[in-house]
Design a protein around this ligand. Structure first.
Ligand SMILES: Nc1ncnc2c1ncn2[C@@H]1O[C@H](COP(=O)(O)OP(=O)(O)OP(=O)(O)O)[C@@H](O)[C@H]1O
Ligand SMILES: [Mg+2]
Length: 382
């Protein structure tokens, strides 16, 4: 039975929630892993040691009912370690084949730690399994069931021979160490993980369900954002952020996956936020794109930030209005600015009426402004 759009969206949200649950400050990383799975693409986590990269991918694998293969790559890793040893018995009969049981060739989900250690011996096979989902075994081409491959590394590759491998990771996350505000929480959380208080999770999503979700992702209507997307790509290009042609089309799938995750059948401007995880190449790009998207997009983040700025100003105005006496000419100025603020709020939240956080903040603010407007009217009419 095909999975309905609502169920696909609910299941995806549940997966994301479960994935991030035991970690502190790792929402975006969990989102990147989830989006990779929903769009059937590969994802890489880049960051300094000990930032929970491996732990997150391991948890994602445990939450999935799927054949999982994981391996730590070194410069000396041989193809046989990933794709299986040569089948000696078959070879005696003149057949060149590998024993693939339990290896990458049979995996639906894979995790290759220290991915950029890949030597040229394994690189070509990785490129074809990631791109075409096939491995070449002597003369034959074997189809593999690989859905998503995840990589982790402490660095962005500089070597030209690794460029093609890096390009195949459509989703990328730069995992930064937590800032000090999060340290107390981090101690609690990592203690729980360390001493085993967080149980190994039960699988909540099967590969078949993932396929069902994917079918719904492909159904998302992208017409409203395509021209905006192209305009953004141009702006990014001008600012030195280049997206390879292979990635341009594939990014659309991630936009669609983000829309589905937010229970939207039609993609909106907010879904373009995923460019944050699909455009950056060099480490500095991750910060750069954040700034550009903040300017270019009316995203949830930005609307919340602007509402909070208004909130601060309303608070300041409130204390002033309370302290000044009746008939004070400044009251009319405050009256005018509050009316402007109110209109600004209404126009800010126009496209976000299905978002609980934004709706609540906006309606609280509007109530507060209305009370202040009443107070001013009273003071001017005494
Ligand atoms: N944000 C976090 N929330 C909760 N626990 C964390 C967090 N960051 C790190 N930890 C703890 O630190 C452990 C180490 O993380 P992990 O081994 O996954 O790091 P890594 O990024 O893969 O490091 P490396 O690059 O060395 O492989 C985790 O298993 C967890 O216990
Ligand atoms: Mg690790």
């Amino acid at each position: 039975m095909p999975l309905s759009f609502e169920d696909a969206s609910l299941k995806s949200q549940m997966f994301l929630r479960e994935l991030e649950a035991p970690f502190v400050g790792r929402h975006e990383e969990a989102l990147v892993i989830t989006l990779a799975l929903l769009s059937g693409e590969h994802g890489v986590l880049i960051g300094e040691p000990g930032t929970a990269k491996s732990a997150m991918v391991r948890r994602a694998a445990s939450l999935l009912n799927a054949r999982f293969f994981k391996y730590l790559l070194t410069k000396y890793t041989e193809p046989s370690e990933l794709f299986g040893p040569i089948d000696i018995r078959a070879l005696r009969k003149g057949v060149y084949a590998r024993v693939t049981r339990g290896k990458l060739s049979e995996a639906e989900i894979a995790f290759l730690d220290e991915i950029f250690n890949a030597s040229s011996a394994v690189l070509n096979s990785l490129l074809s399994i990631m791109m075409e989902r096939v491995v070449y075994d002597g003369y034959t081409e074997i189809k593999t069931p690989l859905w998503s491959l995840f990589g982790a590394s402490n660095r962005v590759p500089e070597e030209p021979e690794l460029e093609a491998l890096y390009d195949r990771f459509l989703l990328r996350s730069y995992v930064k160490p937590l800032d000090q505000d999060h340290w107390p929480e981090l101690l609690e959380a990592s203690w729980k993980l360390e001493v085993g208080l967080i149980e190994e999770p039960k699988p909540i999503l099967s590969i078949d369900e993932l396929r069902g979700i994917y079918a719904n992702v492909l159904d998302v209507n992208l017409n409203n954002i395509k021209s905006h997307f192209i305009k953004l790509l141009l702006t990014l290009e001008e600012k030195g952020l280049h997206v390879t042609d292979r990635r341009k089309g594939k990014i659309l799938k991630v936009i669609a996956a983000h829309a589905l995750l937010n229970n939207r059948r039609v993609a909106v401007e907010d879904d373009l936020i995923i460019l944050k995880y699909t455009v950056p190449r060099a480490l500095e790009d991750f910060d750069k794109i954040q700034v550009i998207l903040m300017e270019e997009l009316r995203t949830k983040e930005r609307v919340l930030r602007e509402l909070n700025e208004i909130k601060v100003n309303v608070k300041i105005a409130a204390s002033k209005i309370q302290s000044i006496g009746p008939f004070d000419p400044r009251l009319t100025d405050y009256y005018k600015s509050l009316r402007i603020a109110k209109n600004k709020i209404l126009s800010l939240v126009k496209d976000f009426d299905d978002d609980d956080d934004i709706r609540k903040l906006a309606s609280d603010l509007i109530n507060e402004i209305d009370d202040l407007l009443d107070m001013i009217t009273a003071k001017l009419n005494v």
